[in-house]
Write a new protein. Structure first.
Length: 514
């Protein structure tokens, strides 16, 4: 009897088969968000050890992919590849673009061996509980503030607050009806709890022991259940409230011109007029946006002028608009509610779980930095990690890195600049010596979606340029097809890279040999 043909819309499942002693990383093109499935060589030759890191996205971003993607197809692929069983499921932090894919609808038959959370979710940790109370108090206050702003007609301010709250809740605050006091380990008991809390509870409920492991930095090396040689090093987040509050790079840690905001460095008209920007990127109006506001000459008609309004005289006699809104920072961004929401959002990012997977002892390393920001980065090298009778330094680990999952979609404060001999962990520490020829960066960003958000420069051009230079072109970005990538300068290395990477509309596969 002839086999019944598959429906045309049924996805083709391509298995992940790691080489002996190596791995395959499947980077899902889920939208503006993270979802990675890693297959390590297993103890059982017939079954790899599967590690799933996050599964989330910003709503609307998958539709801006070409072609568009959707989370259900990605979840079906994960289930098909793994047989429905994930050895280790990692939740890096409680943000919408990392966890909202974890639902019973998307993963109806999911089974999980172990769930890994950051220590910040541990209900028995005193510092974690204090941080959680602070976060929940702020979140509850901001939910009320968002609703009050909207009821008062301050729609633009309410929308700005809602943008950040949606990260924390997994849904717009206008739709949230639950409580914000649940800890992740036991959260979600309230049927109206946030989407994020429900996602975290869902993966724990699907685990074999119904209890997550809470990971602390600089612990002993963690084995991966069912993996033959691969293991994990925990680098962050730091167990230090001051470091968790330390969000932004300074001095030599910054990419681009140190005296000009990197986001405006490519805009010569603005730089030439101001010399430097005193403002964070989120407060800068992109020149292309300004040009769309009927300003007829460069840099706001030579310092904010407009022929359709009255003018006054500047000190040097140059005409300038007296009443233009562009003379001042947008009042919405000065709103305390928005500033508080932004700070809370950054705090959650900086509490990201950072993992370095080592394929074998002393071998290649895969660095997954989630959304860790400056204070998290600096803390990595504050201690060594005990490996039996030996100590492993983070500088050594990063030097062997052949893959870097770029922090926070390529945001300005989630990758630290620095040379190979910098005194702090930086891009310069990664992929040294023989590992340089294979070093590859992965950026989980959809540029078209980021451009719809005020001040979101994902990925920041200066950081992407540095990654392209560091990796000699080997940079995979969610929205960028392989055929549009610019080849690296070393032909042999580029051909080897292209032989190890494959793509479909749903994902990139990158094979890592031992």
């Amino acid at each position: 009897m002839a086999k019944k043909p598959k429906p045309k819309n049924e996805p083709v499942i391509v298995p992940l088969i790691p080489p002996a002693g190596g791995a395959v990383i499947r980077m899902y093109r889920i939208g503006h968000g993270d979802c990675f499935l890693i297959a390590f060589e297993g103890v059982d030759p017939a079954k790899p050890c599967f590690v799933l890191i996050d599964c989330g996205y910003k709503p609307g971003s998958p539709k801006l992919m070409e072609p568009p993607t959707n989370v259900r197809d990605i979840a079906a692929d994960i289930a098909g590849v793994t047989g429905g069983f994930i050895d280790i499921l990692v939740i890096t932090h409680e943000h919408q673009d990392h966890i909202i894919g974890f639902t019973a609808t998307n993963f109806p038959d999911l089974k999980v061996g172990k769930v890994w959370f950051s220590w910040t979710e541990n209900p028995e940790d005193e510092l974690a509980n204090r941080l959680r109370r602070k976060h929940n108090d702020t979140l509850a206050w901001l939910i009320d503030a968002s609703r009050n702003l909207r009821s008062l007609g301050a729609v633009e301010s309410a929308d700005a607050v809602s943008t950040f709250l949606e990260f924390e809740l997994g849904e717009p605050p206008e739709e949230f009806q639950g409580k914000v006091t649940n800890a992740a380990a036991g959260g979600g008991k309230d049927p109206a709890a946030s989407v994020n809390k429900q996602a975290m509870k869902f993966v724990v409920d699907r685990s074999s022991d119904k209890q997550p492991a809470f990971l602390y930095p600089h612990e002993v090396v963690r084995p991966l259940p069912a993996a033959k040689t691969a293991r994990a090093f925990v680098l962050g987040p730091p167990c230090d409230e001051e470091k968790l509050d330390d969000l932004n790079p300074i001095g030599s840690e910054i990419f681009g011109d140190k005296h000009v905001d990197a986001a405006i460095a490519p805009r010569p008209e603005l730089v030439a007029k101001t010399g430097k920007s005193p403002f964070w990127n989120g407060f800068v109006i992109p020149l292309e946006e300004a040009r769309g506001l009927n300003f007829e000459s460069s840099f706001f008609r030579d310092n904010y002028g407009d022929e359709n309004a009255g003018k006054t005289e500047q000190a040097d006699g140059e005409p300038i608009l007296a009443n233009t809104a562009w003379r001042r920072i947008d009042s919405d961004w000065a709103n305390p509610s928005i500033q508080m929401a932004l700070a809370m959002n950054n705090d959650t990012n900086n509490a990201s779980l950072v993992l370095a997977f080592e394929l074998s002892k002393g071998g290649k390393v895969l660095l997954f930095a989630a959304d860790a920001q400056a204070g998290n980065w600096r803390s990595w090298a504050e201690a060594t990690i005990q490996d039996g009778s030996e100590s492993v330094s983070v500088q050594d680990l990063l030097g062997r890195a052949v893959v870097y999952k770029t922090g926070h979609h390529g945001s300005h404060n989630a990758t630290l600049n620095g040379p190979a001999n910098s005194s702090y962990p930086s891009l310069g520490w990664m992929g040294k010596g023989k590992y340089q020829s294979e070093f590859t960066a992965m950026i989980t960003a959809v540029r078209k979606w980021a451009e719809t958000q005020k001040g979101w420069d994902h990925p920041q051009p200066a950081i992407k340029s540095a990654l392209l230079e560091k990796a000699d072109g080997r940079v995979l970005q969610t929205d960028t097809p392989l055929e549009t990538m610019v080849a690296g300068s070393n032909n042999a290395q580029w051909e080897a890279f292209m032989g190890r990477v494959k793509q479909t509309s749903l994902y990139f596969d990158l094979k890592i040999d031992p």
